[in-house]
Design a protein around this ligand. Structure first.
Ligand code: BES
Ligand code: ZN
Ligand code: ZN
Length: 497
């Protein structure tokens, strides 16, 4: 879907579908939608009355012009309540509208700039949200379908806006939306692919192609190498895996960088739970347990284009968490990269083990800041639901920046506490630490476990609870959401080259 911006009038836009909008409860549209209504001889306002169209967020009404009009159909999308309106609502409205376009098989779409003229909403933000919401809303994963395939019919999406003085901002905003959208869709594709496709070697190959494309450095350690390096926690998780585990290290360097950010993505390509085996129901989606790595790789792909003025070290400890004769047993004790010993009392709390070694590795590699992103705990899903992720950190400024970055692209995060008193829960009778506790404050314990290996380096930890949509969400159809990719891209854009 090609996204573009054009200065002009909506009433003159020749297209298969023209998207306009309406706040909830409004009967007489104003602004650009009002102009379209007038050009249609009042067809929109009449139909609002007849169909009792309420303008609820993302809901659409199709108007077929009865007069001479350049657009074949007009889609009126609801913006929801005007008092509860911002970038996220723009994204949801844009996503709702583009889905309608898919349904009516429109190839050429023109759209109003949602939110234009609303006080406090800069044109850049409106354009970013309009473009990004449309890109995310149009996405479907159809690679494995051979029957009833419905590819996206929308070829072009053009934002049409009258005012010339806002054009530069609108163009920049739409461009940003495309950039972020590209990252999120890349992550979605990767998470949607099943575990028989996305193996650790597949992730390493992907990292290799990103490295090649952008002149980054790639180092991949196989089992014997990361065992040799002393990554006893990661090696323990990988022990039961029949597919070759890989510790992937992708380094981007900027000549004028003054700091190095480590981005660490959890990459369990399938989480059976190990001998602390998951039930059928809780195992069914566990191909998504590499969503953190997908976000990191998606961000690195975009890094190659935006070339931020900072060094980035992407670390991806990739393995399956499997069962079998070689797999670890509950109660096994292993030694981490930093020398701390861990009693693995639950083999299903494997993500924190892989991250523990990865953050320690980041420290030895000289990281000045560490961000890890992981589908770490079911407890975080229980706490925050599937439309919001948890975030923890030792550096409030870093956490605030990440939350703001996510907020600008529809990836909501809620900060949870690294409550030090709860470290008690991770005390072991036989080792320095244990990796889990039954029924404890799960999301916090996951974060505290990783924290134990971070040291003094400023650190933030994102516990993705929104990796997979079990049912259609406003911005994602059932399937991978791509969470985190947008946040990381927006955050890294804070280091302009
Ligand atoms: N990958 C899961 C966490 C998860 C489950 C994320 C469901 C999203 C949806 C993780 O490896 C895990 O199994 N965590 C356990 C930890 C527990 C054993 C302490 C969990 O959350 O149940
Ligand atoms: Zn697990
Ligand atoms: Zn897991």
């Amino acid at each position: 879907m090609n996204v573009s911006v054009r200065q002009g009038s909506l009433v003159e836009a020749r297209c298969d579908a023209l998207i306009v909008n309406l706040f909830e409860g409004v009967k007489q549209p104003g602004g650009a939608t009002g102009a379209v209504d007038a050009a249609l001889g009042g067809a929109i306002s009449r139909q609002i009355e007849e169909e009792e169209f309420e303008g609820k967020l993302g809901k659409c009404m199709i108007v077929r012009p009865c007069v001479e009009f350049p657009a074949a159909k007009v889609i009126v999308v609801g913006l929801g309540k005007s008092e509860q309106f911002g970038a996220l609502e723009i994204m949801k409205a844009a996503a709702g509208a583009i889905r309608k376009c898919r349904k009516i098989k429109a190839a050429k779409v023109a759209s109003i700039l949602h939110g234009a003229g609303i006080a406090g909403l800069p044109a850049f933000d409106c354009a970013r949200a309009t473009a990004l919401g449309s890109i995310l809303g149009a996405y479907e994963f159809i690679r494995w379908k051979t029957e009833d395939v419905k590819p996206n019919p929308v070829e072009s999406f053009e934002i049409v806006e009258l005012s010339a003085n806002k054009m530069a901002d609108i163009r920049a905003g739409a461009g940003r939306g495309e950039l972020v959208g590209e990252a999120v869709l890349f992550a979605r594709d990767l998470v949607n692919e099943p575990s028989n496709v996305v193996t650790p070697a597949y992730l390493a190959d992907l990292a290799r192609s990103i490295a090649k494309e952008a002149g980054m450095k790639l180092k991949v350690m196989d089992r014997s190498q990361f065992e040799e390096a002393g990554m006893g926690l990661f090696a323990a998780v990988a022990r039961g895996a029949a597919v070759e585990p890989q510790f992937i290290e992708l380094a981007y360097k900027h000549p004028d960088a003054t700091k190095t950010i480590a981005l660490i993505g959890k990459a369990i390509t399938f989480d059976t739970g190990g001998y602390s085996l998951k039930t059928t129901d809780s195992m069914v989606r566990m191909k998504d347990d590499m969503a953190g790595a997908a976000a990191v790789l998606a961000a690195m792909k975009v890094v190659g284009k935006i070339k931020p003025k900072v060094n980035i070290l992407a670390l991806i400890p990739a393995t399956e968490n499997a069962i079998g004769a070689t797999a670890i047993h509950p109660g096994d004790v292993v030694t981490s990269l930093g020398g701390k010993t861990v009693e693995i009392n639950n083999t299903d709390a494997e993500g924190r083990l892989t991250l523990g070694d990865a953050v320690a590795y980041a420290n030895t590699a000289g990281a000045d800041e560490i961000i890890d992103i992981a589908t770490l705990t079911g407890a975080c899903v229980t706490a925050l639901g599937r439309e919001m992720s948890g975030i923890f950190g030792t550096d409030q400024e870093l956490v605030d920046k990440l939350v703001a970055a996510g907020g600008s692209c529809g990836e909501l995060m809620w900060q949870l506490p690294l409550f030090a008193d709860y470290k008690e829960h991770l005390k072991s009778e036989v080792a320095d630490l244990r990796n889990a506790e039954k029924g404890g404050p799960g999301a916090i314990l996951g974060a505290l476990f990783v924290h134990a290996f971070v040291g003094e380096t400023p650190w933030a930890h994102i516990d993705i609870s929104s990796a997979f949509a079990e049912k259609d969400l406003p911005l994602a159809k059932t399937g991978a959401v791509g969470t985190g990719a947008g946040t990381l891209v927006e955050y890294l854009l804070g280091y302009p080259s």
